[in-house]
Design a protein around this ligand. Structure first.
Ligand code: UD1
Length: 423
C-alpha cells in the first residue's frame, strides 16, 4: 500500500486547478441508466471511486468509455442486460446504491447489494428505500441485497418527506421520479450543489424538475429521457481542502475554477480565523494574513452549512490556532478518527462524543500516521505541510478515492511531498 511523505517547509505559492466533483460525478453516472441514449460527462475527475462506478455500470450492461485522459466519460445504457448490482463491487463504495432508483424506474426491477463505504458511522440506506416505497416500489431485504420491484405500469409519483437531510437519498429519489407517472414532491430535500448539478443534467436529458437547490423539489414524470452532454460541477471539497494548504503552511495560492458560492460557510470560518479569500478572474486566491490563525468554532451541517467533508481538514488548521476551537460533528458519528493521528503530531485535542476541543499549539511535529478515511487522509497531509520534520501518511488508498494527483498539485506550489510506492 502506498504512503505519502511530507516534509514541512512552510510557504506555498502558485496555482492549483480544481477538478470536477467526485460526489456529483458519482450521482451523474448512474443517470445513464435512465435512458437508452448516450450521456457524456465532461470535467470528470480521475479517481478510483469513478473507476468503481464505471465497473459497476459496466457489470449491468452499460457502456462506459473514458476519453481525454479520463476527463470525459461517454456512457450509454441502450442495453441493460443485468439487473443485479453485486456485493463484490457495491461493498467498495456506498454511492453504488445510486443505481437502484434509476434501474427501478426504467426497468421496473433491480437487485442491489447493501453498500459499504468509509468507516464513518452506521450510514444506513433506509431513507433511499423509503423514498422508493413512496413511489410504489415493493422492497424485500434478503441475503444482504435489496430486491426491488416497481408496480405494474411503473413507479408512480408520490410525496417523500425525509425526516433528515440525505444527499444520496435525495439523488436516488430525484432520478427515480423523472420516469415515474405523475408528480413527485421531495420534502426536506438536500440542497447541495451536487443535487443542483444532477437536476441540471436530468433536465438536459428531458426531465421536468423544479426547486432543486431548495428543500422542496417537484418532479413531473416523463415517458422517456434522451441523451445529453453535461459538465460536472467543480469539486467544492477538493476546493476547500486546497484552500487550507496556504492557510496552514502560509503563502498565497490561487485555486483555479474555485467559486465562493460553493464554499460560503467555509469561507466565513476562514475569515474569522484570519485567512484572506479573494475572488479572481480564474477562481479564488487564498493567503494567511497573520502569523498564527485564530481559534474558531465549527459545526457541520447540510449545505449551505459547513460541510462535514471539510471538518477533518479544518481541524488540521485549528491545531495550530491561537486559543481553543470547538468542532461539532452533526452529520456522522465516529468522524474524528483523524484526531488521534493529529495528536501523534503534537496536537492537543479532546474528543467527547460528537464534539472535539482543539487547543492550538505553536507548531506540529512530523510523525508516522495512519489514514483512516478519505478526508482524514488529506487532513494529515495538510497538517504535515507545516509540521516540523517528516510526516509519513500510511495507507493512502483512501486518498486516491477522492483526490487526483495530490502530490503533483501541492508540489507545484513548492510543497515537499512525494508518494512512496509499495508494490
Ligand atoms: C454524501 C457524500 C459524502 C458526504 C455526505 C454528507 C456522496 C457520494 N457522498 O454521502 O461525501 O459526507 O453526503 O454531506 O455524495 N442516513 C440515514 N439513512 C439513509 C441515508 C443517510 O440515516 O438512508 C444518514 C447518514 O448516516 C448520515 C446522514 O443521514 O448521518 C447524512 O447522510 P447522507 O447525506 O445520505 O450522506 P451520503 O449521501 O451517503
Amino acid at each position: 500500500m502506498d504512503s505519502i511523505l511530507v516534509i514541512g517547509n512552510g510557504l506555498l505559492y502558485g496555482q492549483i486547478p480544481i477538478a470536477g466533483a467526485k460526489n456529483a460525478c458519482l450521482a451523474l453516472m448512474p443517470a445513464t441508466l435512465l435512458s437508452d441514449e448516450p450521456l457524456t460527462l465532461t470535467n470528470a475527475p480521475r479517481l478510483s471511486d469513478i473507476r468503481t462506478m464505471t465497473t459497476l455500470l459496466q457489470s449491468l450492461g452499460a457502456e462506459v468509455t473514458a476519453l481525454a485522459d479520463g476527463k470525459v466519460l461517454a456512457l450509454s445504457s441502450h442495453a441493460i442486460d443485468n439487473h443485479r448490482a453485486d456485493y463484490d463491487i457495491v461493498r467498495k463504495m456506498r454511492a453504488s446504491i445510486l443505481v437502484l432508483g434509476p434501474m427501478l424506474a426504467r426497468e421496473g426491477h433491480a437487485v442491489v447489494s447493501l453498500p459499504g463505504g468509509c468507516a464513518i458511522g452506521a450510514r444506513p440506506v433506509d431513507l433511499h428505500l423509503r423514498a422508493l416505497e413512496a413511489m410504489g416500489a415493493e422492497l424485500d431485504l434478503r441475503d444482504g441485497y435489496v430486491h426491488a420491484k416497481a408496480p405494474a405500469g411503473g413507479l408512480k409519483g408520490g410525496t417523500i418527506d425525509f425526516p433528515i437531510v440525505s444527499v444520496g437519498a435525495t439523488e436516488n429519489a430525484l432520478m427515480a421520479a423523472t420516469l415515474a407517472r405523475g408528480t413527485t414532491v421531495i420534502k426536506n430535500a438536500a440542497r447541495e450543489p451536487e443535487i443542483v448539478d444532477l437536476a441540471q443534467c436530468l433536465r438536459r436529458m428531458g426531465a421536468q424538475i423544479d426547486g432543486d437547490g431548495t428543500s422542496e423539489i417537484t418532479v413531473e414524470g416523463v415517458d422517456r429521457l434522451g441523451g445529453a452532454t453535461h459538465p460536472v460541477v467543480t469539486d467544492r471539497i477538493e476546493l476547500g481542502t486546497y484552500m487550507l494548504a496556504p492557510a496552514i503552511a502560509g503563502g498565497e495560492v490561487e485555486l483555479l475554477g474555485g467559486r465562493i458560492d460553493l464554499v460560503g460557510a467555509f469561507c466565513e470560518k476562514l475569515d474569522a480565523a484570519g485567512i484572506s479569500v479573494e475572488e479572481t478572474e480564474a477562481g479564488l486566491k487564498v493567503s494567511r494574513k497573520n502569523d498564527r490563525v485564530q481559534a474558531v468554532d465549527v459545526t457541520t451541517e447540510p449545505f449551505p452549512g459547513f460541510p462535514t467533508d471539510l471538518q477533518a481538514q479544518m481541524m488540521a488548521l485549528l491545531c495550530t490556532a491561537k486559543g481553543t476551537s470547538v468542532l461539532e460533528e452533526k452529520i456522522f458519528e465516529n468522524r474524528f478518527m483523524h484526531a488521534p493521528e493529529l495528536m501523534r503530531m503534537g496536537a492537543r485535542i479532546d474528543v467527547q462524543g460528537g464534539t472535539a476541543s482543539v487547543s492550538g499549539v505553536e507548531r506540529l511535529k512530523g510523525a508516522p500516521v495512519m489514514a483512516t478515511d478519505l478526508r482524514a487522509s488529506v487532513s494529515l497531509i495538510l497538517a504535515g505541510l507545516a509540521a516540523e520534520g517528516e510526516t509519513l501518511v500510511n495507507r493512502v488508498y483512501h486518498l486516491d478515492r477522492g483526490y487526483e494527483r495530490v502530490e503533483e498539485k501541492l508540489s507545484a506550489c513548492g510543497a515537499r511531498i512525494e508518494r512512496i510506492r509499495v508494490s
